[in-house]
Structure formats: structure tokens, C-alpha cells
Design a protein around this ligand. Structure first.
Ligand SMILES: Nc1ncnc2c1ncn2[C@@H]1O[C@H](COP(=O)(O)OP(=O)(O)OP(=O)(O)O)[C@@H](O)[C@H]1O
Ligand SMILES: [Mg+2]
Length: 245
């Protein structure tokens, strides 16, 4: 029996007077990899920012509908509590790491709100370094001098070090060379096998559907198609609009 972890119901959000999501509904069950695909400006980042409860003006205001995690409404929650108590985290577009700190310092800082044991934290350090050996080699390096792809790995690793069990990723493949992109998705798959639930947004629909169990297609603030990855890959409309024919 699958367990409903995240449920978005008829969600409408606005930036100022402009409605960016027009009543979208979708869900993610525990242990799943789900992807939201869509073109530039479709509302993918808006959806993730709404879930992580970032305050306006950067994020939109919820004007109708609901966001539920484990059956509980997230609307009254703050972003930091969502991370530290629900273990749900957003790795935003454009990374958000501390450039003037080393790799190791960035990872350490991510653990500050954890309530589990030093042994648990140590185990996660080892896990990060085995998933991303490049980061292990560069642990003393200033983060701003990492390549874009390595910074992306560090951003995902910070989510892991924060003790998260549900990770939302905003275009993790952005700016990555094919080889690094492959490393990144292999590491994410590994984490998923160990129990991490993943909500991934991607413009690269081919890549996303190969990786995910299920997906939703979002177009100008509405969900226009949904299904298993196999179903979406066979859908003629989806093929034409998002998969290059
Ligand atoms: N802070 C903001 N203020 C006003 N409008 C915004 C803001 N952020 C996004 N929007 C608008 O909301 C819509 C959805 O944007 P969003 O960033 O969610 O798209 P996206 O699907 O993530 O696109 P991309 O693939 O280009 O990242 C767009 O029309 C965008 O211009
Ligand atoms: Mg975006």
C-alpha cells in the first residue's frame, strides 16, 4: 500500500495580482520519484517555492487550495521548520551555497538544525563523499571556485546533510556536462533506493522521464497531462511538445 506523503490540492497562487498557478493538483507517495515537466515560465519553480513556504515577494502567495504533508496542511509552517521537523527540503534553481566557505564547511553548516546523533551525521558525511567522490577530493576548496557542476553536487549534498528524507530539486541538470549530469542522476537514484523521496523539476523531459516513476506536465499554471513515465513517453501530445517528436 503506497503512503501519500505530499498532496497538492487545487492550488492557486499569485505574485501580486498575477495568478501563476490556476488550481493544480498532484501527489507524491513515500519512496517515489516524481517529475514535473514543462516549458520556461510554466510554473515549475513556483510550485516548489509554494511547497517550501518561502515568504513573498520571492515566492508567491497561496490564494486557494491546499498543500498537505503526511495529511497535515503546510500553510502555517515556516521554511526552516519544514526542513528541520518534516525533513522536506528544496534545492533551488541557482544552487544557494556559501561561496566563501569550503566544501566541508558548507556541509557542516547544513547540519546545524539536526536533532539526531553525531554518528548519524558522520554516516551522512561518508555517504556524501562516496556518492560524490569529486567533493571528497575538494573538501578543503572554497566553494566559489568549484565548477558549476560541482556546486550543483554540493547543493544536493547539503540537503542530505540537513537530514532530509524528501528532496525537491529545481533543475539539477542545469549547466551540467553530460558526464556530470549522469553522475548526478546516478547519485540521486542511489539515494532513492535508500529511501529518499524525490520531486524533480526539469526542462529536459527525456532525462526526467527516464529517471522518474511518474510525471506531470505543467503548462502556464495548469497540469495538462499525467501518468507513469512510460505512459507519458508514449503520449503523442507529450512527445510532440516535450520530447522532440
Ligand atoms: N517573483 C516573481 N514575481 C512575479 N512573477 C513571477 C515571479 N517569479 C515567477 N513569476 C512568473 O510566474 C510564472 C511561472 O514562473 P516559474 O519561475 O515558476 O516558471 P518555471 O516553470 O520554473 O520556468 P523555468 O523553466 O524558466 O525555470 C512566469 O510567468 C514568471 O514570469
Ligand atoms: Mg524554474
Amino acid at each position: 500500500m503506497s503512503e501519500r506523503l505530499l498532496e497538492i490540492k487545487d492550488l492557486k497562487v499569485k505574485y501580486g495580482n498575477i495568478e501563476a498557478l490556476h488550481g493544480i493538483s498532484f501527489h507524491v507517495d513515500r519512496g517515489e520519484i516524481v517529475t514535473l515537466i514543462g516549458a520556461n515560465g510554466a510554473g515549475k519553480s513556483t510550485t516548489l517555492m509554494s511547497i517550501s513556504r518561502l515568504p513573498p515577494p520571492e515566492a508567491p502567495k497561496v490564494v486557494a487550495g491546499g498543500i498537505f504533508y503526511n495529511g497535515e496542511s503546510l500553510l502555517g509552517w515556516t521554511p526552516d521548520k519544514i526542513v528541520s521537523e518534516l525533513h522536506l527540503i528544496l534545492v533551488p534553481e541557482g544552487r544557494h551555497i556559501f561561496g566563501n566557505l569550503t566544501v566541508e564547511e558548507n556541509l557542516k553548516l547544513a547540519t546545524y538544525a539536526r536533532k539526531d546523533t553525531p554518528q548519524d551525521i558522520e554516516r551522512d558525511y561518508q555517504r556524501v563523499y562516496s556518492l560524490f567522490p569529486r567533493l571528497a577530493e575538494r573538501r578543503k576548496q572554497q566553494s566559489e571556485s568549484l565548477s558549476g557542476g560541482e556546486q550543483q553536487m554540493l547543493a544536493v549534498s547539503r540537503a542530505l546533510m540537513a537530514g532530509c528524507t524528501f528532496i525537491m530539486l529545481d533543475e539539477p541538470s542545469m549547466g551540467l556536462a553530460p558526464l556530470l549530469m549522469y553522475d548526478m542522476f546516478r547519485a540521486l537514484k542511489e539515494l532513492n533506493k535508500e529511501g529518499m523521496t524525490i520531486l524533480l523539476i526539469e526542462q529536459n523531459a527525456n532525462l526526467a522521464l527516464k529517471f522518474a516513476d511518474r510525471g506531470y506536465v505543467i503548462d502556464t499554471g495548469e497540469i495538462v497531462a499525467q501518468g507513469t513515465s512510460a505512459e507519458l513517453m508514449e503520449d503523442p501530445e507529450v512527445k510532440k511538445a516535450y520530447l522532440g517528436g
